[in-house]
Design a protein around this ligand. Structure first.
Ligand code: NDP
Length: 408
């Protein structure tokens, strides 16, 4: 039982705040803090719990964060802002003395590159301080890593092949939009592909490898091999894995827009100088803009997609290996999530929902002392069972298929 501080007021934070409010048996006090306080206030109004406190904070500024933590005195901080803020928030947690949870690994602003080394470097400091840092507690990373831990605990002596498959078969009825922060999303998808095979990383051109995969209740969808962060920790925590890959579906319309965005330079993350006309018409001013950040400002806001979103997501793990009986087995564990149901419950679409719900469950695990382990940990390092039980209760039920054709 304890006090939780949510940082960020975007789609994922909105869902997590709804869920945290529903779990008032463990979260005794709640605060939502973000760059724009009015967005935090709007979430509180939507939830209808005026006792939830809100605040303005710049999460890039450690001193500001520490001052806020001293005022609210959280037991756990849920970082649902952007991956750029991971390290400053972890620094502030250490300085004040509270635990930490996030859904995406650190990424420097000026380099489209993500890996866990920056956050794993905090292990000793969290351990010495007796504080817990839970990394990657969304759906992917997050539930996919917990599905893998559950498979390893209950079904496999040796996991040898792991394919994480992420399908969004929804339709938001926009020509082009991303389902979470457009800047982070486009940086992720335009990177080179990467997968693990026979003890080493294999690199591919961006979106080079793709194939049709069949998703439950959806059917076949073209699925592309991407680099995704959970593979990095899973191959370390399950050294029997010979090959680990991540696949995500994209429609032709999305890919066509993405190609144009890249070709015309709008996915660039370096600064360019631009002569912007002054509002009073008296001339121009030389300004610096980052094209991808400008693009984010004109694209649909992922938080506004929910109302007309139809269809569902299907995310899961396809695993092959040696079962507990010593024989080879295949296993497919997945969740399907309806965009409409997510919207009706929280006002957000399914991608925010499938991220915000696991973040709340991870926080619940921490508050109950079930996932309270000093140090910096990826979610598969904790006991998957109580988390899996909560998924069924909190809106993300899962299903298992045994000895089926994995197509991979
Ligand atoms: P949004 O862009 O909708 O929300 C981000 C929020 O963070 C905004 O409210 C923003 O403020 C706030 N913010 C940004 N910078 C700062 C700062 N310096 N100080 C304080 N607040 C700040 O993103 P999403 O909700 O879509 O995504 C949130 C996180 O979830 C991201 O890290 C994303 O990568 C991750 N994610 C993880 C997934 C998973 O399955 N593991 C899947 C999807 C997303 P403002 O409102 O003023 O802009």
């Amino acid at each position: 039982m304890g006090k939780v501080l949510i940082i960020g007021a975007g789609g994922v934070a909105t869902v997590a705040a709804h869920k945290v409010a529903q779990n008032s048996d463990v979260f005794t006090e709640i605060m939502i803090a973000s760059r724009t306080k009015s967005k935090c206030d709007a979430i509180v109004k939507a939830i209808g719990r005026p006792d939830i406190r809100t605040a303005k904070v710049d999460a890039d500024n450690v001193a500001e964060l520490v001052a806020l933590f001293r005022d609210f005195r959280p037991d756990l901080v849920m970082n649902l802002a952007l991956p750029y803020q991971d390290l400053t928030i972890m620094d502030a947690c250490l300085e004040y003395g509270c635990s930490y949870l996030d859904t995406a690994n650190y990424e420097p602003k000026d380099e489209a590159h993500f890996e866990y080394s920056w956050q794993w470097a905090y292990r000793e400091r969290f351990e010495k301080a007796g504080l817990t840092a839970i990394l990657g507690c969304g759906f992917d990373p997050g539930v996919t890593s917990i599905f893998t831990a559950y498979a390893a605990k209950h079904h496999f002596r040796e996991i040898q092949y792991l394919d994480i498959v992420d399908c969004n078969a929804g339709d938001h009825h926009k020509a082009f939009a991303t389902n979470f922060n457009p800047e982070i999303n486009i940086r992720e998808i335009t990177q080179k592909g990467l997968y693990w095979e026979d003890g080493k990383w294999v690199e591919t051109a961006p979106l080079e490898i793709h194939k049709d995969l069949t998703y439950p209740n959806i059917g076949p969808r073209d699925s592309y091999l991407l680099h995704h962060e959970e593979i990095e920790s899973l191959v370390l925590n399950y050294p029997t894995i010979r090959r680990a890959r991540f696949w995500m579906t994209f429609g032709q319309q999305y890919l066509k827009h993405l190609e144009v965005i890249q070709n015309i330079g709008m996915s660039r993350i370096d600064e360019i100088e631009y002569d912007a006309p002054l509002a009073d018409g008296t001339g121009t001013a030389r300004v610096k803009i980052v094209p991808l950040q400008f693009l984010k400002a004109v694209l649909p806001n992922p938080q506004d997609l929910g109302e007309n979103y139809t269809g569902e997501t299907s995310i899961g793990c396809r695993i092959r290996g040696i079962g507990q009986d010593g024989q080879e087995h295949t296993y497919y564990i997945y969740n399907n999530c309806s965009h409409r149901a997510a919207y009706e419950e929280t006002g957000m679409q399914g991608v925010s929902y499938t991220t915000g719900v696991p973040a709340c469950i991870g926080a619940r695990m921490f508050m109950l002392g079930l996932w309270n382990k000093p140090g910096v940990h990826n979610v598969e390092e904790f006991d998957p069972d109580p988390f899996m039980a909560e998924l069924n209760k909190q809106g993300l039920p899962w299903h298992e298929l045994h000895d089926v054709d994995l197509e991979l």
